[in-house]
Design a protein around this ligand. Sequence first.
Ligand SMILES: [Mg+2]
Length: 131
Amino acid sequence: MKKKVLVVDDEDFQRELMQKLLSKLGYTVAVAESPEVALTLLETEEFPVIVTDLIMLDMDGVEFCRQIRESNMESIIIALTGHGELYDPEKLKNAGFDNHLSKPIRIDVIQQALEEGFEELKRRKAAPKTT
Ligand SMILES: [Mg+2]
């Protein structure tokens, strides 16, 4: 599986930082400055792992995640926020998030979460859900 990651964040600095760090780690990275832009991108391109900020204008990360799940996309979705205290982990899980991390970004933590995500996708592929 190609290790493609989509990063969604409304802050230029965060997007650039993530793009730099994740590229250095060997991932293929795309960035979007809003959920709207990301959803348009997802119409034509598949991303196994999506990392999204939570607090953004117009649409927050939770609503973004819900919309992705509504379209039945099976990507691993990881929340990344500087305000974890504002979000109940249970609420994030219910919205469809697979994982959540806090800013400031720690490179080892984000790498581990991404690798876990890709591993989880591999497991799912090997043992398809029987629903
Ligand atoms: Mg933000």
